[in-house]
Design a protein around this ligand. Structure first.
Ligand SMILES: [Zn+2]
Length: 309
């Protein structure tokens, strides 16, 4: 009997805790009327660029959690049960979709609707390009123009969740969209007069950037970095390097460089970094690097590799 009472009490406590937690969640997410002015919006992003964009738009009014750890490729990451719990507690969940963060596929939109949170899959919002094998390309954040649309989507979601701070979200979004428009202008001007218009990259991450600024791409791996190139692919790229008189080839910080090194040795090319910003390393974070600074470094290395005036 005593055991029965203890079990009953335990169940009652767990149920009431669950209800309290559910009610807190409802009040946090469903109605701006119940949100106090010092309460922050919880944003969870699957990988670095979306977390960074949310910080730029939300400022002090948001708390941002990025699921993919620094220094890890999101293509290869596997979410933990703790990650899933974090995502389900979010007011706003941001993911890229289309194979970039496939481990987030298990988070259904139904769960978010039930909790009145907002979930945005960025690749659902744009017309996607296809690679040579007709696979849809997820790397939309690397186009500074498409990135502006992502800022607008994040702005609108934050205003919906927290209309009292609409003016602040609007102003911060405008400011960051201006920075991205200036970045786009720098790429357009900086990549206009170049001797070389074809680049060799580690994985096929720069398709949108290439379409925007008219750069031909020779990716060593496919849309996902772990694909191992065939001997034929490596030989084809080496002959293209000679045909286009390419002096530099690109590697990525989060991907092994052995293929770039092999090709560089065969062709006397020099290896430079072109960073797809799928995540920053701890060193890059400590050094104060961010989306805009890394994209500017990318532009400088592109200008060197493409022999631009
Ligand atoms: Zn990628």
């Amino acid at each position: 009997m005593k055991r029965f009472i203890i079990i009953t009490i335990t169940i009652l406590v767990l149920v009431s805790l669950g209800v309290a937690s559910y009610m807190t969640k409802r009040f946090n997410t469903s109605s701006a009327l119940f949100r106090s002015s010092d309460e922050t919006i919880s944003v969870v992003a699957t990988f670095y660029p979306l977390g960074h964009f949310a910080e730029q738009v939300g400022g002090d009014a948001v708390t941002v959690t990025v699921i993919t750890p620094s220094g890890v490729e999101p293509h290869d990451y596997a979410a933990t049960p703790h990650d899933i719990a974090t995502i389900l507690q979010a007011d706003l969940f941001l993911r890229n979709g289309q194979g970039l963060d496939p481990w987030a596929d298990q988070i259904t939109s139904t769960e978010f609707i039930n909790q009145s949170a907002i979930s945005i899959t960025m690749t659902d919002q744009v017309q996607l390009r296809k690679d040579v094998d007709a696979a849809l390309d997820p790397h939309i954040w690397l186009d500074p123009v498409l990135a502006q649309d992502q800022i607008a989507l994040i702005r609108d979601a934050l205003i919906q969740l927290d209309p009292n701070k609409a003016a602040s979200y609007q102003a911060k979004a405008d400011s960051y969209i201006n920075s991205l428009a200036e970045l786009d202008r720098q790429f357009s001007i900086g990549l206009t007069n170049c001797r070389v218009r074809t680049i060799v990259t580690a994985h096929d991450a720069f398709g949108y950037l290439g379409e925007r600024y008219t750069i031909g791409l020779l990716p060593v791996a496919g849309l996902s970095p772990e694909a191992t190139p065939s001997a034929k692919t490596l030989a084809d790229i080496s002959s293209q390097i000679q045909a286009h008189r390419i002096n530099y080839i690109f590697a990525e910080p989060l991907v092994q460089t052995q293929f770039a090194d092999v090709i560089a040795e065969q062709t006397n090319a020099t290896v430079l970094v072109l960073n797809p910003l799928e995540g920053l390393t701890a060193e890059e974070v400590t050094a104060g690097k961010n989306y805009l600074t890394v994209m500017t470094e990318n532009l400088n290395n592109l200008r060197l590799a493409m022999d631009c005036q």
